[in-house]
Design a protein around this ligand. Structure first.
Ligand SMILES: [Zn+2]
Ligand SMILES: [Zn+2]
Length: 382
């Protein structure tokens, strides 16, 4: 079957290969078939054709190379191949990037988020180096206002990770740590279950979230402990005044605070506009704890504590050795030196995990170095 108006997309005017893209449009219709290039019946409907260069495909994808240099291919040397396409837009983006022929026409920088995931899947399936599309993705995401993303837009997290977009990834991970009350999990809008962040990323993000929460509790409850060790006559009245003001923040009731996100608590009226009634004749120590200046300081510190996860710290090694990097950073206290975003110490701390693949490479390298030096492998060191 051929759709009424299959779009004819020309990626390369002088291309020597036509991709005939088909989709299964009617899931329950067994009669939806067409005769493929190889003369066999294929289930689906042809929705588009795309003129490309065979050499470009071979240069960028091992599976294509295998296919085009195989025996069957050299016998037939067909100029058209049938290809199932879940998203024509996504294949067009990949093909245009590989051919170096992007243009501003059309909507290639405005494709839907599920189509962005399809781009990743297509690259994964055809073993195309996904980093070649980083530039395209940067323009795609820059069309969005990262500060105003909705919760549903969090599906951009994994694409930011894959296309190495440091600012987008930091913005989104920061929001997750501050705005989620439950355990943070990843959301994948596709059926491709193998597409997900490395396992330690979500763990670190939950760690960052927990750390913010404990800083919040510490910041608000520390003064209570302070009153208990004071010797002045006004401490009882002041402690009551402090607790009354505290009860108007989002942290109260304490046993339910975990149902709220850190941001909910920070934004609560009682916290943002802290008002404690200072008892008459209270001493200066009591007074200072009751003022909004102190509480505001706690609020500011927590708001600026975590800047999201940093892709550069995650991928570190800058000096070529992960261990050396770790200690050098700790020594210099220059938490974001050499990173694309400026960030705090907690961002460095929770990001410094090394991507699993980089980490494994690093460990294998260390092991090989050790063996080369010592002529044997010692499991105690690895
Ligand atoms: Zn006092
Ligand atoms: Zn960094």
């Amino acid at each position: 079957m051929t759709a009424p108006n299959p779009s004819k997309i020309v990626i390369d005017e002088n291309g020597d290969l036509m991709l005939s893209l088909y989709q299964i449009l009617r899931k329950d219709d067994e009669t939806e078939t067409f005769i493929g290039v190889n003369g066999k019946k294929i289930r689906g409907t042809i929705v588009a054709t795309m003129k490309v260069s065979r050499q470009v495909l071979m240069d960028n994808s091992q599976p294509f190379k295998v296919e085009f240099t195989g025996k069957r291919w050299s016998e037939t040397f067909a100029s058209t191949i049938d290809m199932e396409a879940d998203s024509v837009n996504s294949i067009e983006v990949v093909m245009r990037v590989l051919h170096g022929i992007m243009h501003d026409k059309g909507n290639l920088y405005e494709i839907s988020i599920p189509d962005v995931w399809e781009v990743i899947q297509y690259c994964d399936y055809r073993e195309i180096e996904v980093s070649k599309l980083n530039g395209w993705f940067t323009r795609w995401i820059e069309k969005k206002n990262l500060k105003e993303i909705e919760d549903d837009d969090m599906v951009q997290l994994y694409p930011c990770y894959i296309f190495d977009h440091a600012k987008g990834f930091a913005t989104m991970t920061r929001r997750l740590a501050y705005e989620v009350s439950d355990h943070i999990t990843e959301y994948n809008p596709t059926e491709y279950r193998h597409l997900h962040l490395d396992g330690n990323v979500i763990g670190s993000l939950n760690g960052a979230k927990g750390s913010l929460r404990s800083k919040l509790l510490r910041g608000l409850f520390n003064p209570v402990g302070g009153y208990l060790t004071q010797h002045c006559d006004c401490k009882e009245k002041s402690l009551f005044a402090y607790n009354l003001a505290l009860s108007k923040t989002g942290i109260w009731p304490l046993h339910e605070h975990y149902k709220k996100s850190v941001q909910d608590v920070l934004d609560s009226k009682g916290f943002a506009n802290w008002q404690a009634k200072i008892p008459e004749g209270a001493c200066s120590t009591c007074r200072s704890k009751l003022t909004s200046t102190e509480v505001q300081k706690v609020r500011d510190n927590i708001t600026n504590d975590f800047h999201g996860l940093c892709l550069d710290c995650m991928k570190m090694t800058k000096s070529g050795d992960i261990d050396a990097d770790y200690w050098e950073h700790d020594l210099r206290k220059a938490w974001s030196s050499g990173c694309r975003i400026t960030h705090s110490q907690p961002t460095w701390y929770f990001s410094f995990m090394g991507r699993k693949s980089d980490m494994n490479k690093h460990k294998a390298q260390k092991k090989a170095n050790y063996e080369a030096r010592n002529g044997f492998y010692d499991s105690r060191y690895f």
